[in-house]
Structures are given as C-alpha cells and as structure tokens.
Design a binder for this molecule. Structure first.
Ligand code: SF4
Ligand code: SF4
Length: 235
C-alpha cells in the first residue's frame, strides 16, 4: 500500500526520501517557491513554500513527507504571508519591470501576479549594487538579485565549479563572484553552464538576446506560474 500525505484535503502519494514539495510537484499541486529547483539540493531560504503541517509552519522544500501529514497550502492566510515576503523581495532590490529584459519570463514577477500583489507595500530600500558587465556573453545585474542561491548551487552541484557565493549581512548582503578581481570575466563561468541560465529573475542574463521573444509571447504571458512550474516549461 502506498504511503500518502494530505495537501489541502487531497490524498497525495509519496516515496520514502521525498519532501513535501517533491510529492506535491509529482501530484501537480503547486506550492509557490523561488529558491527551489528539482535536481538541486533544497535550500529553504525564500520561505515562500511555507506550509502548515499538522498546525506547524515548515518549508515544503526541506520537510520530508511522512505518512499521516495533514498539510494546508493554498489558504488565504498562507498566501497573504507569501505576498508579504514577495513584496519585501521587491523593495529590497531595484526592480523596474517595464525596462527589464526578463519581464514576462521572471518567476518573481509571476509569483507576484499569482499572489495578487498590486504594490510593494513596504518602503523602497533603493540599495546601491554593482552591475557586472565585464563578461563578453553574460551580465550580472545585482539590482535584481533575490539571493535565492540557485546560481550558487547550480555552479557547484551541476557545473562542478564554484563561481558564485553570497557575502555580507543585512542590507550589504549580495552575490559575489569567485575570481581574483571579483568580476565575471575573470571567473571560469561559461555561457553553457547551468549557472548562467538558472536565475529565476533578471539578475544573470545572456547578452545579445534582448527581446528576441517579444513581450506578450513570453513564458508567463501565456501561462500562470503554477501551470508553468508544474509543466516544467522553465529550463
Ligand atoms: Fe521585474 Fe523580474 Fe526584472 Fe525584477 S527581475 S525587474 S521582478 S521582471
Ligand atoms: Fe538567485 Fe539569480 Fe541572484 Fe543567483 S543571481 S542568487 S540565481 S537571483
């Protein structure tokens, strides 16, 4: 007999070793998330995937599925908290969507739409962060970085390199490049690396491809983030 958990009242089967997120994705149940990508080690940092398990708040991407768990996911209360987290991510960086090449392909923007976010709500931080355009084919715009560490993990776990890291605390926390000069051009990143393509926002972009797909025909112009995530359209 297969083991099951219950998500929003729906019986969901799982295998030993799967997390709640793994089981939900396999059952086509969307749990909002930004720092999770199947195939990379779970990180549990964005907190968007926080669910209630038998009354206790846990991250679905790190919590192992266990038989008998009763999980609340798509509730007004949890989605309100997720919206606040998303609003904080917007005000902590400099997100000017109309001028961003990632607009329409951006998971942060799509999650904001999904959660019904209409404004930043919190005061804007306007942090000063450096843009690194030194690399011939890649650009790193830290203004849009949400510190999800997907590029850090992809570089280490998939590319066998260690190009990125997060450094600093509080408002001075930022993505750094592991090279002698701290510049992308002097790192060993290559355009085909997974780390160069995994960014869910417009912080790491490939040069010379701007607006190849017109706005209106991009991923999230055509599908919601929930549909896209479950169909694995991204990547
Ligand atoms: Fe907007 Fe996403 Fe670009 Fe930020 S990264 S400016 S949220 S489209
Ligand atoms: Fe995440 Fe992109 Fe920032 Fe890397 S550059 S930490 S992938 S948001």
């Amino acid at each position: 007999m297969s083991k099951t958990i219950k998500i929003d009242g729906i019986e969901v089967p799982f295998e030993t070793g799967q997390t709640i997120m793994d089981a939900a994705l396999a059952a086509d149940i969307y749990i909002p998330h930004l720092c999770h990508k199947p195939g990379l080690s779970p990180h549990g940092s964005c907190k968007l995937c926080t669910v209630d398990v038998n009354g206790r708040a846990v991250s679905a991407c790190t919590m192992p599925a266990e038989a008998g768990q009763e999980i609340d996911n798509n509730t007004p209360e949890l989605n309100e908290v997720r919206k606040s987290i998303t609003q904080m991510l917007f005000v902590e960086g400099n997100h000017l969507c109309p001028s961003c090449e990632k607009s329409g392909d951006c998971t942060l923007q799509a999650v904001a739409y999904h959660l019904g976010m209409l404004d930043g709500h919190y005061p804007q931080f306007y942090p000063r962060r450096e843009v690194d355009a030194s690399h011939p084919t890649l650009v790193l715009d830290r203004d849009r970085c949400i510190m999800c560490e997907l590029c850090v993990r992809a570089s280490r776990e998939c590319d066998g390199k260690d190009v990125f890291a997060i450094s600093g605390r509080g408002t001075s926390r930022q993505l750094i490049v592991n090279s002698e000069t701290g510049k992308l051009a002097d790192s060993d990143i290559e355009p085909d690396d997974m780390a160069a393509h995994i960014c869910p926002v417009g912080a790491i972009l490939i040069k010379d491809h701007g607006y190849e797909v017109p706005i209106g025909r991009r991923t999230f112009d055509l599908h919601s983030v929930a549909e896209t995530d479950l169909e694995e359209v991204i990547l």
